[in-house]
Ligand binder design. Structure first.
Ligand code: SF4
Length: 71
């Protein structure tokens, strides 16, 4: 399967990201977006890869993709 380049998904808002974090038992506090998303990814037993994609990512179902590809 060839990698899919996509930027069509909408970015999650910070309130949405904080809500997702709280559901995983993370206290968002004053964490910045990248730090918070890395915490979420680790809580989900995933690699904290947010911010590392350049132009595309093979994980097309990633809910952070729109933001990740902006970096
Ligand atoms: S788009 Fe890819 S690199 Fe970025 S957070 Fe999602 S899985 Fe990780």
């Amino acid at each position: 399967m060839s990698p899919v380049k996509t930027k069509k998904q909408k970015s999650m808002t910070m309130p949405q990201i904080r809500t997702k974090a709280r559901k995983l038992g993370i206290t968002p506090g004053k964490m910045k977006k990248t730090e918070l998303i890395h915490s979420i990814q680790q809580a989900e037993n995933c690699t904290p890869c947010f911010g590392t994609a350049v132009d595309w990512c093979r994980y097309t179902d990633c809910c952070f993709m729109a933001d990740c590809l902006k970096n």
